[in-house]
Ligand binder design. Structure first.
Ligand code: AKG
Length: 286
């Protein structure tokens, strides 16, 4: 485990092979299959990620917030009990954790997925020379997944001019030093989302991946992710004790640390921008 934690701190990512056994992978994959089918059938009903969205046609590459009751499947809660997954997260962040996000990603059907270079949360300038992370984000790969690429070490230094130009132009050009992380089914890719990164996938090449983010319960930065669904009457009581505790820690943190108005507005803008965005090849007009 230590080698992987070292790589996460130094490089901004660690791919741990074969974390999931076949039966776990099959069960989780079946749940994401159902999620993808439901979202593809009615993308407007969910917080859907698109490569194509016109009045008459859509193509999708995933959905945000799979713990929202509109999409929730109790199988997803198993993630937070899995010793391989949670062992790594705890080795980085400690024992007490809070929930940030959980999304499902899949391949588009007709229009390639080409997400632009970015750091998450629009925190373009955030970096930590010692490699300390405010979170652990991870892709649980239920099929082969060669989609994630990053510039290793870019979470520990300011962006170069070339990198900044790509971020500002929502670019997808190759960057010096970038690595595509090729995952096999059952691997888990742990990443620091302040490393410069992007995703891409060809249409029709199967992808089923859970994309999740956790923080230490008392992490002073980030947070404010007590999504509306978590605060609905009775919701937390319907969750497993582990999920409930993760989300209760999120709600407690947010309530104790209200955001200044300027930051609330910045986050709203970021969220609107993400929702409007279609992650398709630049120059594609469809
Ligand atoms: O496709 C991926 O694995 C990357 C997704 C990503 O970077 C994001 O959702 O911000």
């Amino acid at each position: 485990m230590d080698t992987y934690v070292r790589s996460f701190v130094d490089e901004g990512y660690a791919r741990i092979p074969a974390v999931l056994d076949e039966s776990t992978r099959g069960r989780w994959r079946a749940s994401v299959d159902r999620t993808a089918a439901a979202v593809r059938a009615a993308p407007g009903d969910f917080d859907t990620r698109y490569t194509l969205r016109t009045e008459s046609e859509t193509d999708t590459w995933g959905v945000s917030h799979i713990f929202d009751e509109a999409l929730y499947d109790p199988v997803f809660a198993e993630l937070f009990e899995h010793p391989g997954v949670m062992g790594f997260v705890r080795a980085v962040l400690g024992e007490r954790l809070r929930f940030w996000t959980a999304h499902a990603l899949w391949e588009p059907s007709s229009v390639a997925y080409e997400l632009n270079w970015h750091k998450d949360n629009m925190e373009t300038d955030r970096h930590a020379p010692d490699g300390r992370s405010t979170h652990v984000q991870f892709n649980v790969c239920l099929t082969a997944d060669p989609c994630f690429r990053l510039v290793p070490g870019s979470h520990r230094r300011p962006l170069t001019e070339t990198e900044r130009a790509q971020v500002e132009a929502k670019g997808t050009d190759p960057l010096p030093g970038e690595t595509a992380v090729v995952c096999e089914p059952g691997d888990v890719l742990f990443m620091n989302h302040h490393a410069l990164h992007r995703g891409s996938a060809a249409p029709g090449v199967l992808r089923r991946t859970l994309h999740v983010n956790l923080q230490a319960a008392d992490e002073p930065t980030g947070g404010h992710t007590s999504w509306r669904f978590m605060r609905k009457e009775g919701y937390l009581n319907r969750m497993s004790p582990t999920v409930r505790e993760l989300m209760e820690n999120t709600v407690a943190w947010d309530d104790a640390h209200p955001l200044p108005l300027s930051e609330t507005m910045r986050r709203r803008r970021a969220s609107r921008d993400i929702k409007k965005h279609q992650a398709k090849p630049s120059g594609s007009t469809s």
